[in-house]
Write a new protein. Structure first.
Length: 288
């Protein structure tokens, strides 16, 4: 494992969707999430972190130090038991578990990438403590209000023999956004990495790689065409940072080109960084 990160970072990600549903809302019949007051589209932080986890799982394939804690089919208490087994602690011995709470937490950080990155609440029956991760990601919001469309689809087959007596196909519906460009912001705390999780320079490079490629192994008919268009990173010269994050985010402007028609691709937008106002002690890195 490489050395622990020593610099604070903020980052901005621009991604888009074409004829797909980037993040369905189960409380609204799985329609694309939307801010009801403004009409802007929303993608949750949990959804974005799921894509990052999935990419790490694909490329690292459960290799040492890069297991994924929250994944499909995982039983969290079973994940915790790996720490008890690794340290030779009986999970039924509450006194021993309490005495080894910090080593158990450190074991989880060392072996699970997403615990080391995002943190985790592991205070279930098989207790491994709680970790506040150095990586935090905001909800993504669309640059413009979205118009979610409901498309009727048909399937040229029926489900049961009884259905076949009355019809020859099945009807269904699909929710899509014709096009939308989304923006999200994230934070990397070197202070929390040093004090708690041990998030390293190698982990950081994997994070950037995962953000850039988070949709490349996640294609599906429901999500349509999704792609990361821009990753802009602000690197501070120090552990605690040299400027407020909100001031850095304000340096990036994303505006529509002058056109009367609705946006239908990334080229309908202009993305600019005001380099003249970048504070001293902060450097700008564009990965895309």
């Amino acid at each position: 494992m490489s050395e622990i990160i020593k610099n604070r970072y903020e980052f901005v990600v621009l991604f888009d969707v074409e004829n797909g549903n980037p993040n369905g809302d189960p409380d609204a019949g799985n329609m694309p999430r939307i801010d009801a007051e403004t009409g802007y589209g929303i993608v949750t932080d949990v959804c974005i972190k799921r894509k990052i986890r999935n990419y790490v799982e694909v490329v690292k394939d459960d290799s040492e130090g890069y297991k994924i804690y929250v994944k499909e089919g995982a039983v969290l208490n079973k994940q915790h038991e790996t720490a008890y087994i690794g340290l030779g602690v009986d999970p039924k011995d509450e006194k021993a578990a309490k005495q080894n709470r910090e080593p158990l937490r450190d074991f989880m950080c060392k072996n699970f990438f997403d615990v080391r990155a995002f943190g985790a609440v592991m205070t279930t029956k098989v207790n491994c403590g709680q970790v506040r991760g150095p990586i935090q990601i905001n909800f993504a919001r669309s640059i413009d209000p979205i118009v979610a469309q409901e498309i009727t689809i048909t399937r040229m087959a029926v489900t049961t023999e009884k259905d076949a007596e009355n019809k020859t196909n099945e009807m269904g519906r699909k929710h899509i956004v014709p096009y939308a460009l989304y923006k999200t912001e994230g934070y990397v705390s070197a202070n929390l990495a040093r004090k708690t999780t041990g998030f390293s320079e190698e982990d950081l490079e994997l994070l950037w790689e995962s953000v850039i490629n988070m949709f490349e192994h996640d294609h599906s008919a429901a999500r349509g065409k999704m792609a990361v268009r821009k990753l802009i990173i602000f690197k501070h010269d120090s552990e605690l940072g040299n400027a407020p994050s909100n001031k850095l985010f304000e340096l990036i402007s994303v505006k529509r080109n002058e056109s009367e028609r609705p946006a239908r691709n990334y080229n309908d937008y202009n993305v600019k960084i005001d380099m003249s106002k970048v504070p001293e002690g902060v450097s700008v890195i564009e990965k895309l």
